[in-house]
Design a protein around this ligand. Structure first.
Ligand SMILES: [Zn+2]
Length: 299
């Protein structure tokens, strides 16, 4: 039997918002009643609570955000990646600002505090989404495919005309151990020219070499270099682990993404949800569910 998990105790992180340049505090609290992830904009005078579900999520250029239509929290994807990667089902997250700090551009800062806090097992069986049938979506050059499976595998392929990136592929069988070992440390990346342009426009007030891998035409500008040669594509998988969690529960599927974006991830998941292509299954009834499906397929 697999039971739901919440964080073992409250954790607090503070960092600079890459868009606003302001200090932001994030508190992750255990959630014992109900299940799922709840966000609160805790900096506002009236309490704004936004549950994590795909209807409340938007995929932007370079970020995933949660909104109630009026209030927004930007850059939720790396925090969600850490929670999903570590198998946390339930948490209450207070954000004192309109964005989640990027820290070093990976999920590692979240993973460190969450591992330190441990987890509490809740007296409720874990619920996951399974696919009713395979699905794929193309958007320009971007492509994402979901196949029915008994385990979650996330594969990504990226291609950039840069000598250090080129074409890279990476595949992860999603378990907490694999996530910790293979993916959680991989940082986001950007090009110096684009970063400078955005900083001039005042879009990235807090963006610098401490919260992303920054490249010029030839090399990595961060003095510490890369954490792995294929850190770029590993980060794409990290992003996918985060974005796949916007359904509010783990989705069990074989996922393959090529040149994909947050926008495409969220759009595909919204379509899966609104078209009724995913089915919620309590883990105890899984064997029955699979046998049932097998018979249904033969019939
Ligand atoms: Zn990212």
């Amino acid at each position: 039997m697999e039971y739901m998990r919440t964080v073992g105790k409250e954790v607090v992180l503070e960092g600079v918002g890459v868009f606003s340049g302001k200090d932001v505090r994030v508190e992750i609290h255990p959630r014992y009643e109900g299940d799922g992830i709840i966000f609160e904009r805790a900096d506002l005078s009236s309490k704004v609570i936004i549950p994590l579900k795909v209807e409340n999520v938007i995929g932007l250029d370079g970020a995933t955000a949660i909104t109630d239509g009026e209030h927004t929290i930007l850059l939720i994807e790396h925090l969600l990646s850490a929670l999903h990667g570590l198998g946390i089902d339930s948490a209450y997250i207070k954000v004192y600002g309109e964005e989640i700090p990027l820290f070093d551009g990976s999920a590692l800062p979240y993973v460190k505090v969450l591992r330190h806090a441990g987890y509490t097992i809740l007296p409720r069986l874990k619920k996951k989404f399974y696919l009713r049938k395979d699905f794929e979506m193309q958007n320009g050059n971007g492509f994402i495919r979901f196949r029915r499976s008994l385990a979650t595998t996330i594969s990504a392929k990226i291609s950039f005309p840069h000598s250090l990136i080129g074409e890279q592929s990476f595949s992860l069988v999603l378990t907490p151990t694999n996530y910790l070992k293979e993916v959680c440390f991989a940082r986001t990346f950007g090009f110096k020219s684009l970063l400078e342009e955005r900083r001039k426009k005042g879009i990235l007030k807090g963006g610098d070499l401490t919260n992303a891998i920054v490249l010029d035409e030839k090399e990595v500008l961060n003095p510490e270099g890369l954490r792995t040669e294929d850190e770029f594509v590993r980060h794409k998988v990290l992003d996918l682990v985060g974005d796949l969690f916007v359904l509010g529960r783990p989705l069990v599927a074989e996922v393959y993404a090529e040149l994909s974006s947050h926008k495409l991830h969220v759009e595909a998941l919204r379509t899966l949800w609104t078209s009724g292509l995913v089915e919620e299954v309590e883990v105890s009834s899984l064997t029955f569910f699979l046998v049932k499906k097998r018979f249904a397929r033969r019939a």
